[in-house]
Design a protein around this ligand. Sequence first.
Ligand code: OTU
Length: 663
Amino acid sequence: MQNLHYMSAPAREAFTRLAARLEPRLREGCAPRDADLFLIRLERYFADFYVPLAQIYGERSDFLQQLDTLGAQMLAAYADRPEPLRLLDIERQMTPDWFQRETMVGYVCYPDLFAGTLRGVREHLTYLRELGVTYLHLMPILQPRSGTNDGGYAVEDYRRVNPALGTMDDLAALAGDLHTNGISLCIDLVLNHTAREHTWAQRAMAGEPEYLDFYHTFADRTLPDSYEATLREVFPDFASGNFTWYPHMAEGGRWVWTTFNEFQWDLNYTNPAVFRAMADIMFFLANQGVDILRLDAVPFIWKRIGTDCENQPEVHLLLQAFRGVMRVVAPAVIFKAEAIVSPDKLIPYLGLHAAEGKECELAYNNQLMVQLWSTLATHDVTLLTHVLHAMPTPPTGTTWITYLRCHDDIGWAITDEYAAAVGVNGFLHRQFLNEFYSGAFPGSFARGSLFQYNPVTRDARISGTTASLAGLEQALATRDPYAIDLAVRRVLLLHSVIMAYSGIPLIYMGDELGMVNDFSFCSDPLRVDDNRWMHRPPMNWKLAAQRHDKVSVVGRIYAGLRRLITIRTGTPALHAGGSAQTMWTDNPHVFAFYRQHPRGHLLLLANFSEYEQQVASELMWHGKLRGEVRNLLDPEGFRPTADFNRIHLKAYECMWLVGSQSR
Ligand code: OTU
């Protein structure tokens, strides 16, 4: 036992106590080697969860009993873990960079929209394999409340799959098939709130004190009013305020904390039973074969009066504790933080300082996403370069999810400070982006819609698919071949950047086919109020059938993406263990970054203008590319000569330049 002396005295004492209590049961229930492995992991990760839990719950008189119960839960989950997953645990611990590899390519879809059911998804694995997908994020699949349910983010039962999609056995079978095909599985875990139909909420509703304590509820407006003074509203259009009055709750009615919709009740993590219940759900899902848990709305899980109740220090302590216990039970599983927050608040989700390597392995790079769209509208890379320059590097052993679109709207997370630093007025720029992407701005190629327009602040966000926002919908409507060509180039340009920037690129279902906005949600009374459904269309398999027709629009987009993926997976410089450093070029339309990894270097150049552009080739030498320089994306089109000193990029062209000598 080599980890004991790394622990503080109280941690050591608590560990020794817990291990002694668990060991007899462990020896009884597990093979000797498995029992040993559990104890080794328990010792190795004990402080990782004990220390944060002690900070949050240590003052409670029942803290040690809580720890005992947690330990018993861990042991039970470990004993239940299927053999193939135990091997996967060992394999992943030997390959801690598995999710950072250049071979990682993500795809995200709603299973019902993609293939009807989980079985349907299994039947479409060849499609995903053909595209080169190695990471599949299935949007909410656990049993939601019936009726409107925020696209599945109002969960009624975390241990059942939405019956419309299949069963838990179907999920486990799908996970097995995915693993056989080299694809890891990500699912959503909504840990900030449950549906009000969840048994916990129902029992709270009935006034059971044990379950009232699972939520934040209030007899009158005193505390809600004090909190409300500093809270923001996430969905001002259809769910104003953060508290909902339930007249029949307990006796005499209560206010319930509902950050999102009124049917989504925020959980109360000051109660250790909530932490334990959620940890148990994590174990359960891990044992079905889930590899990545997307922790939905995680910034909101801790409340503090006088603050916006987001990103509180306790959120990070809870995440560290969750991760610590998961390392013991199911170390193959990693966490993805769904924290759409500013860079300084985002980086701590990947584990900073003492928490390095102890929080989430993945987080969405919202800044890159927002800046790419902003740059597409302005054709000017200055703000993009500035913002990414200032963006902290993810700590060792973690990386980004890079993406263009997801099921949510695009919120213009561009601070006034960043905008001002490059001579832009933040407010006016955000107004411009909303006008541009809703198509109101004269000459705009985009067709999106405003989401959650707030007439007081004039804030709004944007809905729409990649293709529609990049001009394809409009171009197809006008049948203008030149406009269509530009739109296709924009779609590919954006993907070329997210495929090469450090992290796992995540393709949003339908983007590989250039699918445009879908307005069928307008005739569904449960969806009509939420225009995010315009970019959540059913998969168009008819269009998919044309994907190999290289002269068609869909064929051009699909082939382009397919090529990017093939080249990415063969380019060691793109391993996310390396760095991505943005560089200034001498042309405001050309974005550049440099990827450095011991196994290779790569310089990306991306022309955000619809005209040919040039940059000084010295860039490559500053960037340390050595030997003969090649453009991986177009080896024929790029022929450096002895005297060349400018690099020419075609309209919206992206280059991935590498040198023949790796350094
Ligand atoms: C998430 O989004 C989901 O992505 C949404 O689809 C859900 O509606 C929501 O949670 C509730 O479950 O504010 O505008 O910093 O940005 O959690 C969407 C995180 C959201 C938040 C994010 C949230």
